[in-house]
Design a protein around this ligand. Structure first.
Ligand SMILES: Cc1cc2nc3c(=O)[nH]c(=O)nc-3n(C[C@H](O)[C@H](O)[C@H](O)COP(=O)(O)OP(=O)(O)OC[C@H]3O[C@@H](n4cnc5c(N)ncnc54)[C@H](O)[C@@H]3O)c2cc1C
Ligand SMILES: *[C@@H]1O[C@H](CO)[C@@H](O)[C@H](O)[C@H]1NC(C)=O
Ligand SMILES: *[C@@H]1O[C@H](CO)[C@@H](O)[C@H](O)[C@H]1NC(C)=O
Ligand SMILES: *[C@@H]1O[C@H](CO)[C@@H](O)[C@H](O)[C@H]1NC(C)=O
Ligand SMILES: *[C@@H]1O[C@H](CO)[C@@H](O)[C@H](O)[C@H]1NC(C)=O
Ligand SMILES: *[C@@H]1O[C@H](CO)[C@@H](O)[C@H](O)[C@H]1NC(C)=O
Ligand SMILES: *[C@@H]1O[C@H](CO)[C@@H](O)[C@H](O)[C@H]1NC(C)=O
Ligand SMILES: *[C@@H]1O[C@H](CO)[C@@H](O)[C@H](O)[C@H]1NC(C)=O
Length: 539
């Protein structure tokens, strides 16, 4: 049953009697100095662009995108690195890199995969079975642990499915794995490395902090519903090429509806409209706004909201987790690691998560002959290396590589680089993770609108949080939902689900679990059943 607050919010929005698109500007605050628009889209990443396209598709063309950076794309971001034979640099992804879960013939397809095919984005199948294992003495075979982990994970995921279907209390992924038979000692460094590769590498958080239910559900919804393939994007135009190309389907060259280099500082919102102030003193007043800033940005209080965001929203923002995922790139004058293998897993003798996964780009299908390898750290190790100089971090990585390949004389790298995502003022981290003990309703409070201020982005996706496709789905849904309200019509969002003129519910107080009938499209749960590989294959 809906809570009283939910009814109140719906009634308040329904009572607004929204006029046709052209008239809406009158509803906005009568602040003569601000540029007027119908929908202000805050942020030009995947979510903001999908929202603008969704509005366009519904004939709402009076919108403005306000973006901090000098380009569209957000956390899909690349940079030049090192040198090719002709002296020009390679192009490497600092943020999103994989298309995760592609799709099966006849089955649902990951929309990012659809866009990658449409725009001819260069990508290569990432083979997670192409892996060698190491420790501080060199190559050591502990591959059998990978299968042991997988067996336990399957059991834990099935248990998660039962907890969800029976509406029982969440557990940590740690508890779920241990109960399913994967319970390594802290001193078993090979098992710790395998666990890091299998869990932390995707979630950018350890199993202790992660929700068993939503970790398993999220993994199912991407890798069972679409497919378990991950393709690494290696396009010299960058991953954000597909976002920019989609933006150009509705934005002309120099379109005044896109403001780049525009840092939003203040957002004033009510049930009547939203006014957005930027650091250059400009402002935009809109009938609606969609805020697509990362959870990191919202958590860091860098944008001032007037009035202060309601407690239920602030709690949801602080409850959700922003992870950090750091790729550290090295180029050498030669490739001293095996070129027929994609991944090299290192078990540090002293510290879990210490430079654990190396990835070769010099391998066939990627950037052969590039002599580029990169290593990834997450969470606490990311925070630690972000505080170090490049020289300090490079020395640590080189020590590890020399342990892994004791029989090779390894030269110093010719290029070295890594981003500091936690200190990036328009992201404050990499992507979100669903923490243990967080209900669907709590998550819904992260995505619910506060008056005419809506929220979208990677983190507001209940089903695909953390992924680029989550950002796309959520931007689209916010755009469709606002169109539905403004134009007083129902919109078909998925084959099996419509949205009809409804604002998003929020929940207060929050009970310990969310009733099963709240797993619905209005709360961001579009799948009619809980996907298993079986049901996905049948569809
Ligand atoms: C290191 C890393 C690795 C990742 N790997 C993958 C992967 O392999 N596969 C995958 O699917 N996903 C991956 N992701 C996640 C993916 O990048 C995100 O889910 C997605 O890009 C988020 O899109 P978004 O539109 O929600 O947010 P964003 O891309 O963050 O867009 C929000 C926009 O808001 C802007 N903004 C912020 N603050 C302000 C302000 N004050 N004023 C104006 N504008 C502002 C930002 O500049 C940004 O452009 C990765 C992310 C990172 C960082
Ligand atoms: C908008 O419509 C086009 C054409 O039908 C479609 O390809 C695209 O996915 C739609 N975009 C969104 C965000 O719904
Ligand atoms: C992935 O790598 C494994 C191990 O090298 C190999 O047996 C398998 O054929 C590879 N798969 C594909 C699709 O290339
Ligand atoms: C290094 O060389 C020694 C002696 O030749 C050999 O026993 C060992 O297996 C080699 N180690 C690696 C990791 O190749
Ligand atoms: C923006 O917020 C800051 C901090 O709350 C405040 O000092 C400032 O006056 C606000 N500016 C505008 C234009 O509202
Ligand atoms: C790479 O550099 C090292 C040290 O400078 C040198 O010994 C080695 O021969 C070089 N390798 C190639 C392939 O040039
Ligand atoms: C690393 O592997 C070697 C060889 O198998 C083994 O003797 C050593 O104990 C391992 N190190 C750790 C910390 O487990
Ligand atoms: C995940 O998929 C597995 C395999 O189909 C299924 O048994 C399990 O119930 C699912 N778990 C969740 C949480 O969706």
């Amino acid at each position: 049953m809906p809570t009283l607050h939910w009814i109140a919010a719906t009634a308040a929005i329904a009572g607004l009697a929204v006029p046709a698109a052209g008239l809406v500007a009158r509803n906005a605050p009568s602040d003569g100095t601000c540029t007027k628009t119908t929908v202000a889209i805050l942020g030009g990443g995947m979510s903001g662009v999908a929202a603008a396209q969704a509005l366009t598709n519904n004939s709402i063309t009076d919108f403005m995108i306000l973006e901090y950076n000098d380009k569209i794309g957000g956390r899909a971001l690349h940079t030049n690195f090192g040198k090719q034979e002709d002296g020009s640099p390679y192009v490497l992804e600092l943020g999103a890199n994989w298309i995760q879960g592609l799709g099966r013939p006849g089955g649902p397809e990951n929309p990012i995969w659809t866009l990658a095919k449409k725009h001819g984005l260069k990508n290569t199948f990432s083979n997670y079975s192409s892996i060698l294992t190491y420790n501080e003495t060199g190559a050591v075979d502990y591959m059998d642990l990978l299968d042991k982990y997988s067996e336990a994970y399957e059991k834990a995921a099935a248990k998660a499915g039962r907890l969800l279907a029976e509406n029982l209390q969440d557990q940590t992924a740690r508890a779920g794995l241990a109960l399913a038979g994967w319970n390594p000692k802290h001193s078993d460094m090979a098992a710790q490395a395998v666990e890091w590769w299998s869990w932390d590498w995707e979630d950018a958080a350890p199993p202790e902090q992660s929700s068993l239910i939503f970790g398993a559900a999220g993994s199912n919804l991407t890798f069972n519903q679409f497919s378990d393939e991950n393709n690494l994007v290696i396009d010299p135009r960058g991953y954000n090429y597909i976002i920019q190309q989609e933006a150009s389907t509705f934005l002309k060259e120099g379109d005044p509806r896109l403001r780049l280099n525009n840092r939003v500082t203040n957002i004033t919102y009510s049930d009547d409209g939203v006014t957005v102030y930027s650091d250059d003193g400009s402002c935009v007043s809109a009938a609606y706004a969609i805020c697509t800033f990362s959870v990191g940005v919202l958590q860091n209080d860098v944008v001032a909201f007037e009035p202060e965001l309601p407690q239920w929203k602030q709690t949801a923002i602080q409850k959700f987790t922003m992870g950090t995922y750091t790729k550290i790139f090295l180029q050498f004058n030669e490739t001293f690691w095996p070129t027929d293998t994609q991944y090299f897993l290192y078990a540090s003798p002293t510290k879990r998560g210490y430079y654990p996964v190396f990835q070769s780009l010099s391998t066939e299908g990627f950037m052969p002959g590039s002599n580029i390898i990169f290593v990834t750290v997450v969470a606490d190790e990311s925070y630690r290396v972000e505080q170090q100089t490049d020289e300090e971090t490079q020395a640590e990585v080189m020590e590890v590589l020399r342990q892994m390949y004791p029989n090779v004389t390894i030269p110093e790298p010719t290029a070295f680089m890594y981003p500091r995502w936690t200190k990036t003022p328009w992201a404050y981290g990499s992507y979100s993770n669903w923490p243990v003990g967080t209900t669907l309703e709590m998550h819904q409070n992260l995505r619910a609108n506060a008056g005419r201020l809506w929220f979208a982005g990677e983190a507001t996706s209940a089903e695909y949080f953390g992924f680029l496709h989550g950002a796309w789905f959520e931007g689209r849904e916010a755009g469709y939902q606002i169109a539905s309200i403004m134009q007083d019509k129902c919109v078909q969002v998925y084959d099996n689900a419509q949205l009809c003129r409804e604002a998003r519910p929020f929940y207060e107080p929050l009970p310990g679990t969310s009733p099963l009938d709240h797993y619905n499209i209005l709360n961001g749960w579009a799948t009619s059943s809980f996907y298993s590989s079986d049901s996905a294959q049948k569809e």
